[in-house]
Design a protein around this ligand. Structure first.
Ligand code: DAH
Length: 343
């Protein structure tokens, strides 16, 4: 009986000894384990007189309860201390980690912007195949078999009469075959050419525009394109038309805009020539013209009743001018440090 009392005191005196939950567990085994001190004291109870046994059993239970209480108390203290240690390492004033956000590719951004500006002017979005036949890509656009544009140097042939479209202009033909005038469509998409150097890639993006109705004039073309480039490049942007040639338009023009870099002055602040426009104050941005009557004949439109204009522009080129990107290869390398700047 005395041994039992001593056990409780022993345990109490060693309260401060366990400094961790692991040490506490060792202490618990020492006292309460199957071969521990309490178990040993209880086997010794067997030697008591029968009359003393109930009192001995009662005492043993009290001691067990007391030791268990002590252990639970120690556990609570140690757990609280451990939590305090963890929390003291936690700095709630530290800035959090920003989640990584994806960004649209600059080509996609410009494509969407151009499409929405032209949609605002009443043009309808159309899409068509990148694997195109000779007739839509060339023949119906007034580009006969011997035309230099068909040269193997430029065109990627799938077979004799099937090509990867070299421009989006074939969508003019597809759209006009589907619908009678008035028609106003835009067709953005990928185009392919056998070309690869610093300023050319075998695949790039274009947007084609086409508008056909009665009494459409070159003035309408100029007005539409002026509004368009001012929305894309800013209200101060000027346009100029230079005579050019495309087989599917007559007359044809190339359109320049006042240089986005130097504002059309042709030189930088220090007087040196502007690198973007090479000192001219103008940069070329698209090809356009009045739809050639031969194209109308191919799609069954009456050239005596209808006139129309068409234009085509390269998306990468617009993106380079708009964002001041100097190297075409940036668009295709997909370097995250480049792409994330458009987030
Ligand atoms: N298809 C021409 C090209 O790829 C661009 C073009 C020029 C499109 C004049 C047109 C146009 O619609 O009228 O270079």
């Amino acid at each position: 009986m005395e041994g039992l009392d001593g056990l409780a005191q022993d345990c109490e005196s060693r309260k401060g000894q366990a400094c961790s939950l692991k040490e506490l567990e060792e202490l618990r085994i020492e006292f309460l384990g199957r071969k521990g001190k309490l178990a040993k004291a209880m086997t010794e109870l067997g030697a008591l007189d029968n009359a003393d046994k109930p009192a001995g059993g009662k005492k043993a239970n009290e001691v067990k309860q007391r030791i268990t209480e002590l252990m639970d108390q120690m556990e609570a203290e140690l757990t609280a201390a451990e939590t305090g240690r963890v929390l003291s390492r936690f700095d709630p004033t530290m800035p959090g980690r920003k989640p990584w956000a994806g960004s649209l590719h600059p080509v996609t951004l410009v494509m969407q912007e151009i499409t929405s500006v032209l949609a605002g002017l009443g043009f309808e979005y159309v899409a068509g195949p990148e694997v195109e036949n000779d007739w839509h890509n060339f023949e119906a656009l007034n580009i006969p078999p011997e035309h230099p544009a068909r040269d193997m140097q430029d065109t990627l042939y799938v077979s004799d009469k099937i090509v990867l479209r070299t421009h989006t202009s074939g969508m003019q033909v597809r759209s006009m075959l589907k619908k009678q005038p008035p028609i106003a469509v835009i067709a953005p998409g990928k185009v392919y050419r056998r070309d690869s150097d610093l300023t050319h890639t075998p695949m790039f993006h274009q947007i084609e525009g086409l508008l056909v109705d009665r009494n459409v004039s070159m003035g309408d073309l100029r007005g539409t394109l002026t509004v368009f480039v001012r929305q894309i490049f800013g209200a101060g942007t000027n346009v100029r038309f230079r005579p050019s040639f495309f087989p599917f338009t007559e007359p044809s023009a190339e359109v320049d805009i006042s240089c986005v870099m130097c504002g059309g002055k042709g030189h930088q602040k220090d007087g040196s020539p502007c690198r973007v426009c090479k000192g001219t104050g103008w940069v070329e941005i698209l090809g356009c013209g009045m739809v050639d009557p031969n194209v109308f004949k191919c799609v069954g439109y009456d050239p005596e009743q209808y006139t129309g204009f068409a234009f085509g522009l390269g998306i990468e080129r617009v993106a380079m001018l708009k964002y001041g990107i100097g190297d075409l290869r940036m668009f295709f390398e997909n370097d995250v440090r480049f792409l994330e700047q458009f987030a």
